[in-house]
Design a protein around this ligand. Structure first.
Ligand SMILES: Nc1ncnc2c1ncn2[C@@H]1O[C@H](COP(=O)(O)OP(=O)(O)OP(=O)(O)O)[C@@H](O)[C@H]1O
Length: 248
């Protein structure tokens, strides 16, 4: 586990892939993250909700090592991978080359092929990114993240731009991949149902800190009509300032 930022203490104890204390991030005079404390255990699936502009992507970028301006104690696993809402594929490289990009070792191509097979794209290794559907492009992005065998996988609204059916199949795929590889996951999403169907724990970012936390101690696959999920959904929606249907 590597630690970073100007004011770091020691690396987090074993068993955690992320450990953050007192994280602060400002843009000019505006303090977006004012005091974030967060732990993610190895193999834990955590979802992060919050109003638009509350700082979810900012937090994810800090954990990804893409923001050198944050202050606080930040310990993150050495192997971190990110998948964004836009798959961010290099358009002039074929699918396989996109997944190989930046990989080291003589078996890099074989590993990339295996990762593409895992996400169901063995037949599309020679395709150009622009010929892929949104769901396929997102699966390439997942393969590119997973081939690095991350201890911490950061997902920034990876299903946000997909249609409802594709989103459901992506949920299944992510759970399946998580089950097989067991990275710690931080999923940033706007979708309360998505968070409840996938995560072990749902967090709400508010006023620059983690203001609420709901464990979701239910086996998967989960059904959205399960009474415990219905109750948790109501709690989270209220927390997010939305009145759940039928309770107004
Ligand atoms: N590079 C930047 N420069 C200035 N302000 C920024 C920068 N990055 C983010 N911000 C501001 O920080 C705040 C939090 O942004 P962030 O993207 O983290 O929010 P978010 O919770 O992910 O929002 P959304 O749900 O709408 O994607 C916003 O007000 C945004 O304008």
């Amino acid at each position: 586990m590597a630690t970073r930022t100007a004011r770091l203490t020691q690396a987090p104890p074993d068993g955690r892939v992320a450990s953050v204390r007192g994280l602060v991030r400002s843009f000019g005079d505006r303090r977006v993250l004012s005091n974030v404390d967060l732990d993610i255990a190895r193999g834990e699936f955590v979802a992060l909700l919050g109003a638009s502009g509350s700082g979810k992507s900012t937090l994810l970028r800090v954990l990804a090592g893409l923001d050198g301006e944050a202050r606080g104690e930040i310990g993150v696993d050495d192997a971190v991978a990110v998948s964004f809402q836009e798959p961010r594929l290099v358009p002039w490289k074929r699918v396989l080359a996109n997944v190989v990009l930046g990989l080291r070792g003589p078996d890099a191509t074989d590993r990339a092929r295996a990762a593409l097979a895992e996400v169901g794209l063995a037949e599309r290794v020679d395709a150009w990114p622009l010929t892929l559907s949104g769901g396929e492009a997102q699966r390439v992005s997942l393969a590119r993240a997973l081939v690095r065998e991350p201890g911490l996988l950061l997902l920034d609204e990876p299903f946000g731009a997909l249609d409802a059916l594709t989103r459901i199949s992506m949920h299944r795929l992510v759970l399946d991949l998580w089950d097989r590889h067991r990275p710690g996951i931080l999923l940033v999403t706007h979708d309360v149902d998505e968070a409840l169907l996938l995560a072990d724990r749902v967090l709400v970012l508010e006023s620059g800190r983690i203001a609420h936390e709901s464990p979701v101690p239910l086996p998967r696959p989960r059904h959205r009509d399960h009474p415990d999920l219905v109750a948790l959904r109501a709690v989270l929606l209220r927390r997010l300032g939305v009145t759940p249907e039928g309770t107004a």
